[in-house]
Every structure is written in structure tokens, then in C-alpha cells.
Design a protein around this ligand. Sequence first.
Ligand code: GLN
Length: 483
Amino acid sequence: MPSAFLTASDIAAAVQGGQDPRPTVQAARQRAEADSSNALISVLSAEQVDAQLAELSRRLGAGEDLPLAGVPCVIKDNLNLTGTATTCGSRMLAQYVSPYTATAALRLQKAGAIVIGKANMDEFAMGSSTETSAFGPTLNPWDTARVPGGTSGGSAAAVACGLVPFSLGSDTGGSVRQPAGFTGVYGFKPTYGRVSRYGLVSHASSLDQIGPLATSARDLALILDAISGHDPQDATSLDAAPKFVSALGQDIKGLRVGVISESLGGNTAGVSAALGKMLDALRDLGATVGEVSLPTLQYAVAAYYLISTPEASSNLARYDGMVYGTRVDAADVNTSMSQARGQGFGREVKRRILIGTYALSSGYYDAYYSKAMKVRRLIADDFARAFGQYDLLITPTSPFPAFKRGEKVSDPVAMYAADVDTVAISLAGLPALSVPAGFETVDGKALPLGIQLIAPALADERLITVADALERSGAVTVSLAPS
Ligand code: GLN
């Protein structure tokens, strides 16, 4: 099953050593065009890729230090890239062509990476399965009857099936971590503010973060060093110097690891076993393991959906076919706008706008939005208390492996409940990493599992140290999906 594959570090090292980057990048572009998992909404044209390669070769020639030299990647289709369609998985933006590039993507290109495609996603990053995309669902490469998770399901599938060594996703309540877990790759959600959101189409602005999906701790470190750091274009971006590569190669003796009690119930047997194995591996590396309760986590899913939907309903007000969105010709402006919104948005997006508007409306604001904001504070306090005792917290990334397509899509409450392990971390603004943690066999198919490591705010580098130590000890291995 495991096959040899090139990591971003391997490719960059070869290119820095003088190898011609074009064959690798062009082969990735061809694989992307032939992809049968619907991981991508669009593939960049050969000319667009060649233009990036020409720029790369100019800069290599000038002797620039390019840590991701010649590494092909894809970015989620809610990240702007000049001259490409940025659809957000929505009919509403099917005609939109980006006039500028998101800071995170620009920084990847500055580090030498070559963007070859735009990854499929749930519409406007709302969902947990990539089934709400207007461009059809992405298939999980481990079992094509199953979802790859969401909302960065395309970014995850593209890495898991070997199209590219890494991708960017975005995570509002778990959208990088959960698909990483469902497809057997790493998925990193930084501390809120460590990566600029400039050029990321907003879902819920107080929660949105861009993060990488990749197959090794070293690759994550290279990518995070490239994309993190303050950006004058995003006032919420933090001025914290990234030190991810220097977090590699360290030991974790004495690290205090706390398992969150609230995440122990309701897991499949495979998930419970994977968590147990991960704890053993951490102990073998010299960590101590205890258990810690965060009682307010039981309210996290409710609070998340009462905070994210009001923000989404405000953010999505701009899509009315006038400045943004596909215009509909009608007798008057109101009809035009309402038809543009009626036709452009899918069911889940409309549901979010309705819930969010309701939660903000006078008479309900205090009961819903304001109460959820208080719960958010209590959740952050619970985490702060737990980090008084522990250096790292741990939970499964999801209580179960990838579910079947169609299983939850018509039951929004079940879909929302699938986010139980990830949303609290987003509400608290903390960094977390989903680490590949073996498989559970369901219906004769091996389905990947993920374990989530959580660090205190701004201690993102610690997650890389731990993942790297686990990898070096052999406790964590990544394998690509069988083709
Ligand atoms: N599943 C969550 C939602 O639908 C998280 C989405 C995300 O992180 N973008 O809101």
C-alpha cells in the first residue's frame, strides 16, 4: 500500500541542487488535468504555469534562497490568485476572475512554489464533506464512495492521491484538520492571526485561518515559515516571527500532554485505539500523559454555529450581482438582487444566512449571538486553565473516519455535530494540527484516522516539534492513497 513519493522538501532540495524544475511541475499539472477525484475546480493553463516557472528560473539564476523552489501545489478556491477563477465552490462566483493574489499564495510563490490548480471546497467553506460544492463533490481517494471531509476536501484529496506534495486550505471550524484526518495527511490550523487572511474570501472573519496540508512535518515547517508573519494588508495578522524549521529535530522529553476528557466518548473503536497508540508513542518519547476536563466544550458546536453564521450572513451580503456575484437581469434592482442571491447560492449557504440573520435580529440577539459570545469566552478560559497544567492537549480530529457521501448532507444537525472535536479550538483562536494516525477498516476498506494536537496561542511551532519527533521515532508515517 505505501508508495514512495516526493515531499516538498525533496523537490526543493533537488531544484536548489540544480535540477530542472519543469518536468516535475508539468507532470503535476498533467496529473491534475487527469484527476478523477474532482479534487480541483480549475487547473491553471500551461501558460500560467510556464510564466511562474520562468520567474522561478530567473530568481534561481539570481541565486535567491527559495525554500520551496519548484514545488507544485494547489490552493483552495477561496484564495485569490491573479488571473484565475476564484469560485468559492459557488455558482455565485462562477464568472469571477481574481484581480489580485492572496498574501499566503504570494508568499508561497516568493518561496519558489508553483501553483498549478484551485481546489474544490464546500460552497463558501460551509460544510464538512465537500458535498455542498456547486462543482460536484470531491471523492475520498481511499474509498470513492466516501467524502474527503470538508471544507478543504479538494486540498486534502489532492495531497492524499499524490497530485501535489502540499496544498493550502482554510479552516474556520475544522476545515483543514478534518479533511486531513479523513485522507491521511497532515493539516495545520495556525493561531488566529499568524497567517494573513488578505485575499481569502471571508466566511466568518473572527475564525478564518489559512493552513497547509502536507505529508511531513518538515514540509509543514517550510510552508509555515513561508506564509506566516505580519501583513500590513490584514490588520488582524500578528507580528510574530515564524520559527517553524528551527522547531524540527528537537526532543519532547518532559512534555506534559493532556487528553481532553470530553473527547473520549462517542468515538469509533478505531479512533479510540488510534488515540491510545498516539499516547503510547508520546510516552515512549518521554512525554507524560494526563487527562483534563474542559466542561464548556459541550457547548462548542452550538456556540460555533451561532457565531459563524451571523458573521457569514454579514460577509455574504456583498454577493448581490451588483459589485460581486453573477448579475441577473430583472425589471428593478430589488428583483435583480434577490434573484441573483436566490439562484447563485446553494441550500446550505442560504440556511447559514437565514440562521445568522435570525441570531442577530433584535429580540434574539441577546438570547443567541451575545450568549454564544459569552460561551466563546468561557471556552477560551477553559483552554487557558488546561494549558496551566499541560503543554499540549490532544483529541481525535473526528470521532469517526470518513463517512459515506449522502449520509449526512440532508441532515444539517448531524453534519454540524461532525465538527465536535475541532470547533472549540477555532473559537479559542488556538493552533492545532491533525496528525495521520493509522487506519480503521470499514466495509473492507482502510480509512485513515487523524489525531489532533493543540498548543497554546502562538506556540504553533511546538506542534511541529511534536509531529517531527513522532515521525522520526516511526510512530507517525504517511502513506498516499492507493491509485
Ligand atoms: N464545518 C464547519 C462549518 O461548516 C467548518 C467549516 C470551515 O472550517 N470552513 O462551518
